[in-house]
Design a binder for this molecule. Structure first.
Ligand code: SF4
Length: 199
């Protein structure tokens, strides 16, 4: 991540829209869903914000095409928390449950880190080395291209393509990865190539 973050001093990351209205006690409490400064108890104020002293960087939730903005909090380069960015006109500080859990993309201890393979007809998962799995994918891609290569279409027009495979880019692939995937699959003759890139 680019080192452009700022250090949080007072933790006041509540939405700033309608700020004058929000200063009115009842309206402010309602507008901030009971979470704004008007609802803070004396004890909480003394304890201080839990994000104080952390570095905050702006990012984008990688999960869906809503594109909610996030604040990523770190301490000495270590990820500590991810919250909605109140400055974003899209999500105004909120995140859905999936976006709120995006820290688990990095820090979930139960996350799979090995390639798992269930062979045709198999009933159990096997663990493969990454290199072996990549070789298997490459072999199948080459075979599918050779078996389904189309030089001309049904009207005899030159097409030089294959409909034997397609590519669908996942939500957490970034623009640069999808750019390279598009180039690779087009060069191999694929027609159906889509992605959801925005990060
Ligand atoms: S926070 Fe939820 S709604 Fe927003 S981009 Fe992420 S997954 Fe989509």
């Amino acid at each position: 991540m680019e080192d452009s973050g700022r250090i949080v001093e007072n933790g006041s990351n509540r939405p700033r829209t309608f700020s004058r209205l929000r200063r009115l006690p009842v309206v402010g409490r309602a507008a901030d869903w009971g979470l704004g400064p008007r609802a803070v108890s004396k004890n909480t104020r003394q304890a201080g914000p839990r994000i104080a002293g952390l570095k905050a960087d702006v990012s984008v939730c990688p999960y869906c095409s809503v594109g909610c903005s996030q604040l990523v909090y770190t301490r000495h380069g270590e990820l500590v928390d991810i919250e909605g960015n109140p400055d974003s006109p899209i999500n105004q500080g909120t995140l859905c449950p999936k976006g709120s859990a995006s820290r688990q993309l990095i820090q979930q201890p139960g996350r799979l880190t090995k390639v798992r393979y269930r062979r045709p007809g198999g009933t159990e998962w096997e663990e493969l080395e990454l290199e072996q799995a990549m070789d298997m994918i490459a072999e199948r891609l080459i075979r599918a291209r050779e078996d389904h290569w189309q030089e001309r279409d049904e009207r005899g027009r030159r097409v030089d393509r294959t409909l034997g495979f397609a590519h669908l880019g996942g939500a957490t692939l970034d623009n640069e990865e999808n750019y390279l995937i598009k180039k690779l699959f087009t060069a191999m003759g694929a027609v159906q190539i889509e992605n959801q890139a925005r990060i």
